[in-house]
Design a protein around this ligand. Structure first.
Ligand code: ASC
Length: 173
């Protein structure tokens, strides 16, 4: 192969760099890429590990943004309103996304996730499933009776307990 064979690739890489990408980030290379938690190449995109952690935090931000108002009803901080069912639907859907938000590459970096997430995989699978089950139960309760009932309070309380159960075991303070 002559050196000229590489020219189009080099030009492509230069184009990507201009757009803030690298060949590596395009390929989503998990291993052998920028060091985990290292922030990635200077001036470039975050490393795959940092991107995965960023994604996870975003997921939990949206989960909390939807569920916290329901917890607030139980604590007397907010009122049951027309948004409750919608928030419960979102929480149940988002709960299904939790397990995949903890890929192996995201163990280290700017995260409170404990190593146990990846060592006690059965335990983590269980608390993730508890959250999904409790969220689905809350949704079922609201679909039957979309009101501030004792059943709603019990079901929403169980979702909150599932959040807490995972945080106590798998999230650093
Ligand atoms: C929420 C929220 C959590 C849980 C937790 C329950 O609304 O954002 O992290 O409930 O506080 O104990």
């Amino acid at each position: 192969m002559s050196a000229t064979a590489f020219k189009p690739v080099t030009r492509f890489a230069a184009l990507l760099a201009g757009l803030g990408f690298t060949m590596m980030s395009l390929a989503q290379a998990p291993a052998g890429g920028p060091p985990a938690g290292g922030g990635g190449p200077p001036g470039g995109m975050p490393s795959p590990a940092d991107q995965a952690i960023e994604y996870r935090k975003a997921l939990f931000t949206v989960i909390a943004g939807n569920f916290s108002p329901l917890g607030g009803i139980l604590r007397g901080n907010s009122k049951f309103d027309a948004n409750v069912l919608k928030r419960a639907e979102r929480t149940a859907m988002l709960a299904t996304m939790v397990p995949e938000a903890f890929p192996d590459i995201s163990k280290t970096g700017d995260t409170k996730a404990k190593a146990e997430v990846w060592t006690d995989t059965a335990g983590f699978a269980k608390v993730s499933q508890d959250f999904a089950d409790a969220s689905n139960n809350l949704l079922a309760v609201l679909r039957k009776n979309n009101a501030d009932s004792a059943e709603f309070r019990d079901a929403a309380g169980k979702v909150g307990e599932s959040c807490k159960g995972c945080h106590e075991k798998f999230r650093a303070r």
